[in-house]
Design a protein around this ligand. Structure first.
Ligand code: ZN
Length: 338
């Protein structure tokens, strides 16, 4: 079977100007034999210069990035641009339209399906298009996430280590340009590992970063401001929008994720009562929270402890908890400047 994508668009990526259309993802259903799923796509191009790929809505219930990119797409005119800005503000569109993390069409979690399949499920086809068509024409990639319905996050940017020392430096330059309050180096352990969008961009040698900007399936004003400021700073830094007005930032604290072994997972199902908040600095052995049984009220709650010290990067948002749920992740200072 061919490895050529079946997704198409009316946008010509080589044309100057601002174009808006869709990634047209063929989906043949009972009510639409020859139809396609419309994934909003904006391309703003003016002459020579770098190409940046900006995406949000990879998970449908994460909103800071979606709103930041919708506003950006409206505001930027081609005359401001040197190069090309490709914007996908509602990337996994079926999930966005349903207000949920994964696609209701195929239960596809886009950020666990890279590098995708040309002739796979709709969500696999979308991952493949990004990896096979958009990455080869992109010099920089930013994929904006937040915690979604199940997590609350300290606002931060994340980057993977890079393939070579030069790639690593290019990633750090991108983190410095974005300048979130916290920048986290991670290999994705405990999250999506190598199956995420920005991990796939890394595999192609592209400087890429992602974010976590809040959570709980609501909009954090602080997170939205970080997304808007960070993207604008990057566009200015790389000369894509040289005259972009940007807000001052206070520098990026470089940290690293402590991975699965430092995470706290629910050992029982029940009602989770947290004892720590995102951004708290905790010590090994400190009580992290407890789980109350709603089925056996007289049973003592199960107390969970942090396995190691660190700063809380995220915490489970819903109270209802099942065995295996991630309740906390930790990170720690790298101890040197970004
Ligand atoms: Zn996400």
């Amino acid at each position: 079977m061919s490895n050529t994508t079946r997704i198409w668009t009316a946008i010509d990526f080589d044309l100057d100007g601002k174009q808006a259309d869709y990634l047209r993802l063929p989906y043949s259903s009972n009510m639409s034999a020859y139809g396609w799923i419309p994934i909003p796509l904006i391309c703003i191009r003016n002459g020579r210069g770098p190409t940046i790929l900006l995406s949000a809505g990879n998970h449908g219930d994460e909103y800071e990035g979606q709103i930041a990119l919708i506003k950006l797409a409206r505001e930027i005119s081609p005359s401001q641009v040197n190069g090309r800005i490709i914007i996908l503000p509602s990337l996994n569109y079926p999930a966005v339209a349903a207000g949920q993390r994964v696609s209701p069409i195929d239960e596809g979690n886009l950020n666990r399906l890279f590098p995708g399949k040309a002739h796979g499920s709709p969500t696999e086809m979308l991952a493949h298009y990004i990896d096979d068509v958009l990455f080869p024409i992109s010099d920089l990639v930013i994929d904006l996430h937040s915690g979604g319905r199940s997590l609350e996050y300290l606002p931060l940017a994340l980057a993977r280590p890079g393939l070579t020392p030069e790639h690593q430096e290019a990633v750090r330059e991108l983190l410095r340009a974005f300048d979130a309050p916290v920048g986290v180096l991670t290999d994705g352990e405990g999250g999506g590992g190598a199956t995420t969008l920005y991990a796939a961009a890394e595999q192609r040698g592209i400087p890429a970063l992602t974010t976590e900007l809040g959570g709980g399936a609501t909009l954090s004003p602080v997170g939205l401001a970080i997304a808007e400021t960070g993207v604008r700073r990057v566009l200015k830094h790389y000369g894509i929008v040289p005259d972009m007005a940007v807000r001052e930032t206070n520098g990026c604290r470089l940290m690293r994720s402590l991975g699965r072994n430092a995470a706290v997972y629910a050992t029982e199902s029940g009602l989770f009562q947290p004892f720590a908040a995102v951004g708290d600095v905790v010590e090994a052995g400190q009580e992290a929270g407890c789980i109350h049984s709603y089925e056996s009220p007289l049973t003592p709650p199960v107390v969970l402890r942090f396995p190691t010290g660190g700063m809380v990067s995220c915490r489970r948002f819903p109270t209802m908890t099942a065995r295996g749920d991630c309740l906390y992740n930790l990170m720690t200072d790298v101890g040197r400047p970004l």
